[in-house]
Design a protein. Structure first.
Lengths: 310, 288
């Protein structure tokens, strides 16, 4: 009988690995691909990003690449565009979360009820999530267009406005418009997660409350909301982290314009890299973004822990 | 007569109204989700001259497939479609190899560093994409991998793998060890038991993760536009963006058609595998 990986081999105990050693090594062998992949594509680039942030590293000026310490960071914090982008990131995240949470909760509540075709609609609600961001972008860019846009047409016909508004070219309306597009895109996630949580609430609790005479509003406030809170908090945290670094839809719809009015922090870094080829500065600003995110996460988790201990 | 009176003054009416409102609300959701798509498709069939017309009309003056023909004649969309397909398929294959191996290790073995490693794998989602993109661009440049398929396949795999490992490990956990032990008694080694026992039983998980990997890769834009600067190698999302930018006059008909072509495969995949996908996502949430 030939010795296999798991079978003991008496006469060949001297082979390069003993049975015991092979057994210990096996899991690590299976983990090798993921370690190599993530190491090479995530963690190694991460260290290089940190390195570049402290350098003057512009691709069109490589001979002059040198270590400049905190130079990039100083430049960032005195750059009006950077600071504006920071403020816009906050606006972007807050706007998105409020709308996505509100709509998501509404949709989930509706889908939690019994009605025919419920299963079909639950499937449909995920469609925005699987749509390519590029397609979402052109959908909404088209609808918001200042000349051929559907939204303009409808608003004029309803006499809400009297002539077409170029939503995406006007500084005041650009960001809200992009937020709307992204809300369409992101509601799915909230809706699906909240629906799953709603379904986990046992029917008996509602029935008991109804027997005790609780009105619909009370049932929501004292049963649904508390049981839903953990999910709401977790999903909100995840989406906040995701939104803070999200570039695609913003860049696809407005490229950060008009005049930087839709530029959030990650978009700013992306443009610094793409347009100026200033890798050092771009890395530094993304590191600032990561630092803010980290602080946000820690603060949030601390608050969460405190709430649990109450 | 009596029943009529009782209907209008009793619970039945309230219930009927409630149900009516619910139906309306459900309809609202459907409209919210599907309307932008419907508008996209409608306008992809609209002749270009409609957009030059003075007034705005809801319905197209006529229906035409000219825009789609344009995509393939003037805009090389067949090539872009191929690029997206190659990258997405490559991503799925590589990611499955990596994810299945790792998930198997996490589910079936006890070893030092197991829990921290499992956390670390999910931690990668916390890093901003733009942060990693910048050095990765330099690395790819130095390795002469820019404008090649492997650059995107590798990058996309890192996005698809962590979640897939999490999902697959949950599926593997659910398969009783006795089955594999029985195989071991019969003389199978680890690899054989993996392929003949574990994987077939975890097939729903494999399907769900494969669809997930394909869609993630197909839809991706940021890395695609950064690594593939040569137009001939553009993936579909990059191509869509390129036709939209740079034109002084927006060719909305063609642009909408490009959107339809780009989302068609993922829409189809989603329709077919919808149940598996949702089951996979929520099952992972429940088990994990």
């Amino acid at each position: 009988m030939r010795p296999t990986l798991f079978q003991e081999s008496n006469g060949l105990a001297g082979r390069w690995l003993t049975w015991r050693q092979r057994r210990l090594l096996t899991p690590y062998l299976f983990l090798l691909p993921v370690v190599i992949l993530l190491g090479a594509i995530i963690f190694y680039p991460l260290t290089r990003a940190i390195g570049m942030a402290f350098q003057y590293y512009v691709l069109t000026d490589l001979p002059n690449a040198k270590f400049i310490g905190l130079g990039n960071f100083e430049r960032a914090f005195s750059d009006k565009l950077f600071l504006d982008a920071l403020g816009r990131s906050v606006y972007w995240v807050a706007g998105n979360i409020v709308l996505q949470l509100g709509l998501g909760l509404t949709f989930a509540s509706i889908l939690n009820q019994e009605f025919p075709l419920r299963g079909v609609i639950r499937g449909i609600i995920l469609i925005p999530w699987v749509t390519p961001s590029a397609v979402t972008a052109i959908m909404w860019r088209f609808m918001l267009d200042g000349q051929s846009g559907l939204i303009n047409d409808v608003l004029v016909k309803l006499h809400i406005i009297d002539k077409f508004v170029p939503f995406l070219s006007r500084p005041e309306t650009a960001m809200p418009s992009v937020i709307v597009a992204n809300v369409w895109f992101g509601v799915s996630f909230f809706a699906v997660m909240l629906l799953a949580a709603l379904q986990a609430i046992p029917q008996e609790m509602y029935e008991a409350a109804e027997v005790d005479g609780a009105a619909t509003w009370h049932r929501f406030r004292y049963i649904t909301l508390p049981l839903l809170m953990p999910t709401i908090l977790v999903v909100t945290l995840l989406r906040t982290i995701w939104l803070s670094q999200y570039v695609e839809i913003i860049y696809l719809i407005t490229g950060g314009g008009p005049a930087w009015h839709t530029t959030t922090l990650p978009v700013y870094s992306f443009i610094a890299m793409r347009a100026d080829l200033d890798m050092g500065y771009a890395s530094a600003s993304s590191i600032c973004l990561s630092a803010f995110l980290l602080i946000l996460m820690i603060a949030y988790l601390r608050a969460l822990k405190r709430q649990e201990n109450l | 007569m009596d029943t009529l009176v009782s209907f209008f003054s009793g619970r039945r009416l309230r219930d009927a109204i409630a149900r009516g409102l619910l139906g309306l609300a459900a309809l609202g959701i459907v409209v919210f989700v599907l309307f932008p798509f419907g508008w996209l498709i409608l306008n992809s069939l609209r002749p270009e001259k409609d957009f030059f017309a003075a007034g705005f009309s809801q319905m197209p003056s006529s229906f035409t497939l000219e825009n789609f023909a344009d995509l393939f004649r003037r805009h090389d969309f067949a090539q872009y479609f191929l690029n997206s397909f190659v990258v997405a398929t490559g991503t799925t294959l590589l990611s499955q190899f990596v994810a299945v191996s790792a998930a198997f290790a996490f589910a079936r073995f006890r070893f030092r560093g197991r829990t921290p490693l499992r956390m670390l794998v999910l931690l990668v989602y916390m890093f901003p994409a733009v942060l990693l993109l910048i050095p990765l661009y330099i690395i790819m440049r130095d390795l002469h991998l820019l404008n090649t398929y492997p650059s995107l396949i590798l990058a996309h795999s890192t996005a698809a793998v962590p979640f897939s490992i999490w999902l697959l490990a949950a599926y593997f956990d659910a398969i009783p060890r006795e089955l594999e032990d029985a195989a071991k008694v019969d003389g199978a080694n680890v690899i054989q038991s993996l392929f003949r026992i574990t994987l077939p039983l975890a097939l729903p998980g494999i399907v769900a993760t494969s669809i997930f990997m394909f869609i993630v890769s197909w839809n991706e834009f940021l890395y695609a536009i950064t690594f593939m600067s040569r137009t001939k190698l553009h993936t579909l999302p990059s191509a869509v963006w390129t036709i939209t930018g740079g034109e002084t006059r927006m060719m909305w008909g063609v642009i909408c058609a490009s959107g339809v072509v780009t989302s068609l495969p993922v829409a189809i995949l989603f329709m077919i595998f919808q149940r598996q996908l949702i089951a996979g996502l929520t099952a992972g949430a429940v088990k994990g």
